[in-house]
Design a protein around this ligand. Structure first.
Ligand SMILES: CC(C)(COP(=O)(O)OP(=O)(O)OC[C@H]1O[C@@H](n2cnc3c(N)ncnc32)[C@H](O)[C@@H]1OP(=O)(O)O)[C@@H](O)C(=O)NCCC(=O)NCCSC(=O)CC(=O)O
Length: 470
């Protein structure tokens, strides 16, 4: 297949010609005609010709607006349900875990804010889930392929119309990579742009969407990007007794989200407004606060530092400073600016911290489901109400920490509750290893007309009261 083979596709061919060649030909012809006959026409006509040419050229070359056509969240099978009692029983039966670890698992499970209905892959039904490569691959393929199948049906897109494929998965990075498995299964075109992100933690889903946006902004109109975000839980399993590393086994669950982005508005449900990334990896404690390592016995796992909440709060503050000027009205920007100058330039130590009111900019908030303490910390940091963080708490309750996909389950929750209206603005806030905070703003063009996806069978039971810790 040559690099032009996709142009055999009539829609692609039409878009390429309409977007690239027609504006260029119109511009060149107009300017040439104007120059050739400039003696015969008045200066005003010449000026108009130049203006028309410039406008046409600007329209052809300006960065394009990017849209979300639709998204799908992985719906786990009821067979993969993982009650807390199963995890605890396995901990009791495990020959490797000491009493302190079993007590720790029990205590954190009770305070995790999670229900009895979260999901894991079948290998977790073993007392010690030793994950081999084929099992990790099976988990990744189950989640990724079922989501893409559903997304293709939902959006009615031909696989040959996909121009960009981006996947993100932190821990499982096989050879060939997940993008190659997708290309192999769906027989995607050879000339598409393919990117596989790994090691980037739970903010990578927002990062991947931002990357797709940047690419679509400069591609021919009508280009499409498939972005697939997941985390495989099997390879994350930690066998040892280090509590900070054990937390991952307790909080993380199976999940994923697939999204179709496009630079054509046709069929789009959301407009992608902005993306802001704040990366704190230059700071040592931020760099170490989500850290893959081996414990003293050589067991591989990822340690979550007790400082994580404070670091997440600091990273969010920096992200807010960059996001505020993009989304807030001038009055709020001015108040925030006055606070920043007072605090940082004039050193007014007793000045009360000013938290911008983001309700001026967004109607809905999708905050990464790191754990109950992470959600509490962000709620406090942004001065949000319990209603604002309800999608986050309910997603944690129903599905656990699904890493990078969790913000999409929250969007699905808001839609399933019928709360998303045309013109509503959504703020997605992802946190992840690095330490990184990636935020994205979306405007709803068309809310979902039906309740489908992961909340379909249980939305009538939500919200539930999670304030009482058992
Ligand atoms: C773990 C919790 C559910 C515990 O709930 P509470 O805070 O209500 O209870 P608590 O403070 O009494 O803590 C219960 C016990 O857990 C211990 N504990 C808490 N955090 C710990 C940590 N990071 N390492 C080791 N132990 C820890 C406490 O010391 C206590 O032990 P003892 O009983 O011995 O006193 C909560 O603290 C929480 O949500 N933590 C955030 C988890 C987290 O880091 N999530 C981010 C995942 S990474 C992610 O999503 C993004 C990404 O990076 O990619």
């Amino acid at each position: 297949m040559s690099s032009w083979s996709h142009l055999k596709h009539p829609r692609q061919l039409y878009c390429r010609v309409a977007n690239t060649f027609v504006p260029a030909i119109v511009t060149i012809t107009t300017l040439t005609a104007a120059i050739l006959i400039r003696g015969a026409i008045s200066p005003i006509h010449l000026l108009l010709a130049i203006l028309l040419g410039t406008a046409t050229l600007y329209r052809a070359l300006r960065p394009r607006t990017v849209y979300l056509v639709d998204y799908v969240c992985f719906t786990p099978s009821p067979n993969s349900r993982y009650p807390k009692a199963t995890l605890l029983e396995h901990a009791h039966l495990s020959p490797w875990l000491d009493d302190s670890s079993v007590r720790f698992i029990d205590r954190v499970l009770q305070r995790s804010g999670m229900s009895e209905e979260t999901h894991v892959p079948p290998l977790f039904l073993n007392v010690e889930p030793s994950c081999r490569l084929y099992e990790a691959r099976a988990e990744a393929e189950l989640v990724v392929f079922s989501m893409i199948d559903e997304l293709l049906v939902k959006t009615c897109i031909d696989v040959l119309a996909i121009d960009i494929l981006i996947t993100n998965c932190t821990v499982f990075c096989p050879v060939p990579c997940i993008t190659d498995s997708i290309m192999n299964r769906y027989k995607l075109r050879r000339d598409i742009r393919v990117i596989n992100l790994s090691g980037m933690g739970c903010s990578a889903g927002v990062t991947a969407a931002g990357l797709a946006r940047n690419m679509l902004r400069v591609m021919p109109r009508g280009s499409n990007a498939l972005v697939v975000s997941t985390e495989t839980t099997g390879p994350c399993y930690y066998w040892g007794n280090n509590h900070s590393m054990k937390l991952v086994n307790i909080l993380f669950r199976m999940g994923g989200a697939a999204k179709l982005l496009s630079n054509s508005e046709a069929k789009a449900r959301f407009r992608f407004e902005h993306v802001v990334r704040t990366i704190m990896a230059a700071n040592n404690s931020a760099y170490r606060c989500v850290y893959q390592q081996e414990d003293e016995k050589g067991n591989l796992g990822t340690a979550l530092s007790k400082d994580l909440m404070a670091i997440a709060g600091d990273t969010l503050k920096m992200n807010i400073a960059a996001t505020a000027r993009l989304v807030l009205p001038l009055s709020e920007i001015f108040k925030f600016f006055r606070f920043s100058v007072g605090k940082k330039v004039l050193y007014w130590k007793r000045m009360a911290p000013y938290i911008p009111n983001f309700h001026f900019a967004f109607e809905h908030f999708c905050i990464h489901v790191g754990g109950p303490a992470v959600i509490d910390s962000i709620q406090h940091g942004l001065n949000l109400s319990n209603k604002d963080v309800e999608p986050s708490r309910m997603t944690l309750h129903r599905f656990g920490n699904q890493s990078t996909a969790s913000v999409w389950y929250q969007l699905a929750y808001i839609e399933a509750k019928g709360r998303l209206k045309e013109g509503n603005r959504v703020w997605m806030i992802g946190f992840g290893a690095g330490y990184e905070c990636s935020t994205a703003g979306w405007v709803c063009i068309r809310p979902s007309s039906s309740v489908d996806g992961p909340w379909a069978s249980c939305i009538h039971r939500y919200p539930v009261d999670v304030s009482k810790k058992n």
